[in-house]
Design a protein around this ligand. Structure first.
Ligand SMILES: CC(C)(COP(=O)(O)OP(=O)(O)OC[C@H]1O[C@@H](n2cnc3c(N)ncnc32)[C@H](O)[C@@H]1OP(=O)(O)O)[C@@H](O)C(=O)NCCC(=O)NCCS
Length: 205
């Protein structure tokens, strides 16, 4: 995997209706930690962990160093982390990670929202905004989203976005302490010539 051969500039806010995404900032540390702590039991079943231990429960550690690492990834051309906003308030996080340049020009997207806004379409619109950013600004060609078969809510997000099903990846990612199968979904730029937001038909309010 080779990163983009230049630093990624912090993307400006992009939005649609009540929903927006913007680059994570150092001053988001407190609000993100509060959301992670309040939503620990909501997020834990889907949280990536380290094989052999060493992971931390959501919200159990200060986020300053984590956000600094996200900025380093952006400057190294390997990923961009966004805060999801609903009516201007931070309600979750979305990452465009594992950017591979060269002949692939692909990346993965991951996400979570606070339970208090679940079911209001925040994530589908935020993912559409992020995919449009990745295809137009980063000039990526393919985005993938991998979801545990048990995660009905996240599978609904992939379905609403019309992501193409690619298949089952067995024991693919270490989640909540064990290797978990994931359903893989993807979209390439040719599939959405007018963009993901337009394909989603996102409501404006
Ligand atoms: C998966 C997730 C990001 C979806 O975000 P969202 O902004 O709620 O997305 P949507 O509004 O499109 O809702 C998706 C589905 O969630 C379910 N849902 C709706 N209201 C809900 C609620 N109050 N609580 C829980 N789930 C709800 C519904 O099945 C909905 O599909 P529907 O609109 O067809 O009924 C969110 O549930 C979440 O953060 N979950 C925990 C972390 C996680 O799973 N991350 C993804 C790992 S791949």
């Amino acid at each position: 995997m080779s990163p983009l051969p230049y630093p990624i500039q912090a993307p400006p806010e992009r939005g649609h209706g009540r929903i927006a995404i913007r680059s994570v900032r150092r001053r988001d540390a407190a609000v993100l930690r509060r959301l992670l702590t309040e939503n620990r039991s909501w997020l834990q079943p889907w949280e990536a962990t380290f094989p052999g231990g060493g992971g931390a429960a959501p919200g159990s550690q200060p986020l300053g160093p984590v956000i600094r690492a996200m900025h380093r990834q952006r400057k190294a051309g390997t990923g961009v982390t966004f805060v999801m906003l609903y009516d201007g308030q931070a309600v979750g996080q979305l990452s465009v990670s594992d950017i591979s340049a060269g002949a692939l020009r692909s990346a993965s997207i991951g996400y979570w929202v606070s339970q208090h806004v679940a079911g209001q379409g925040v994530t589908p619109t935020a993912v559409a905004l992020a995919i449009d950013y990745a295809f137009t600004e980063l000039r990526l060609h393919r985005i993938e989203v991998c979801i545990r078969p048990e995660n009905a809510a996240s599978l609904r997000v992939a379905h609403k976005l019309g992501l193409r099903y690619e298949g089952l990846r067995e024991r693919y990612i270490h989640i909540d302490g064990k290797w978990c199968d994931h359903e893989s979904f993807a979209v390439t730029a040719e599939e959405v010539p007018r963009g993901m937001l337009e394909r989603l038909g996102a409501p404006s309010s």
